[in-house]
Design a binder for this molecule. Structure first.
Ligand SMILES: [Zn+2]
Length: 199
């Protein structure tokens, strides 16, 4: 699961966190916060974690590494989650079935799951992120040109934001979707350029 794109999903189906660990050419990983920390912080509002696999067609299912990761996370949390996996045209839901530690069931996602607005939304964003990398529009900006809120908005629209310094050198890349809540980890003086909420 380590190199795949994914998202953490709340009980109402909205995305709590985008996990997109490969920071392309950036020396700063956009996702420097540990996924486990975010899972733990949101433990009372978790539906599950979805991730993408390459390709298309039926026969979609978890890898052995996926299963051992799901199990370790659930044991750490003390509760069971749902682990959707998507490819270009299918979605399956992976859930613990027991009784053994690594007994997980894989079922095609039911229609009532797929037609929820929040679910449709993250599926389409996750597919965009996973399969359309070359089509993702890049916005290159100087660090003091846009507020954090504006940058977040561009990320939510599926764009990749590349912040450069005055010499045009890349300082950070964000997005699409995996926009940080707090920029200070990556860019200590960034928030100081703007009012606290970026207004
Ligand atoms: Zn996987």
């Amino acid at each position: 699961m380590s190199i795949e794109n994914g998202c953490l999903i709340s009980l109402d189906g909205s995305v709590l966190h985008w996990h997109s660990p490969v920071g392309r050419s950036s020396v700063y990983l956009p996702d420097s916060r540990n996924l486990w920390d975010i899972i733990w912080e949101n433990r009372n509002n978790l539906y599950g974690f979805a991730h993408s696999h390459p390709g298309s067609g039926v026969g979609l299912g978890p890898s052995w590494e996926d299963i051992t990761t799901f199990s370790a996370i659930e044991i750490g949390l003390g509760k069971r989650l749902v682990w959707p996996i998507i490819n270009r045209d299918h979605v399956v839901l992976v859930k613990y079935s027991g009784p053994k530690k690594y007994h997980y069931d894989v079922e095609s996602a039911p229609e009532e799951f797929l037609c929820q607005d929040n679910t449709r939304n993250w599926i389409s964003k996750l597919r965009h992120l996973s399969y359309c990398d070359q089509d993702i529009e890049e916005i290159i900006i100087k660090k003091d040109e846009l507020s954090p809120d504006k940058i977040r908005e561009l990320g939510d629209q599926g764009k990749r934001v590349i912040i450069v310094n005055e010499h045009g050198k890349t300082m950070i890349e964000y997005g699409p979707y995996n926009m940080p809540d707090d920029y200070s980890d990556f860019y200590p003086d960034f928030e100081e350029q703007f009012s606290k909420k970026g207004n």
